[in-house]
Design a protein around this ligand. Structure first.
Ligand code: SF4
Length: 167
């Protein structure tokens, strides 16, 4: 079971997409320097299919992507909800997952997602907008992971990612 703290419409977490980002609680990763320690507590509203339907009814016409921000305490449920969204929306809404794990959890299939971010937050290396980051952001295409991490680098030619979430 997953719970979420809040959600927001964001423009920087998934390049080129207007994204409804759902901030999932009970994060098990305990990254030093975590931007949102409250997400480590198992609090908030249950995230289930009914909640996703309600969010789609409210924001479905305004967004192009839904992003699960976290969910590493129950990756199978993230995948379950992703498959549900895929069946419900077809390819109209893209599906992204920000995981703090180094690798895609066993049993999770790439085809369930359009974008995946992997890697814990490590203060020394910085987040996705740092040139030295250990984190990776991928677009999933035909079963391949295409590394788009460089799209997050702070530069005049890239997006302004100063407010990015560090899941
Ligand atoms: S994965 Fe994100 S939310 Fe979880 S501890 Fe690390 S920085 Fe905090």
């Amino acid at each position: 079971m997953l719970r979420f703290h809040n959600y927001d419409i964001v423009f920087q977490e998934v390049p080129g997409e207007v994204t409804l980002a759902i901030n999932i609680s009970n994060c098990p990763n305990a990254c030093k320097g975590c931007h949102s320690p409250y997400l480590m507590k198992d609090t908030g509203e249950i995230l289930d299919k009914n909640v996703l339907i309600e969010l789609l009814e409210k924001y479905g016409n305004a967004i192009t992507c839904i992003c699960f921000m976290g969910g590493d305490s129950d990756p199978q449920e993230v995948q379950h909800l992703s498959v549900f969204l895929r069946n419900l929306t077809g390819n109209r809404i893209k599906i992204a997952w920000y995981s703090g794990r180094q690798h895609l959890p066993e049993g999770c299939a790439l085809r369930c997602f359009d974008f995946i971010k992997l890697g814990p937050y490590v203060e020394y290396f910085g987040g996705l907008d740092s040139a030295s980051t250990n984190q990776r952001f991928y677009r999933i295409e035909n079963g391949s992971m295409i590394d788009l991490t460089s799209r997050f680098l702070k530069s005049p030619n890239n997006i302004d990612s100063t407010q990015m979430t560090q899941i």
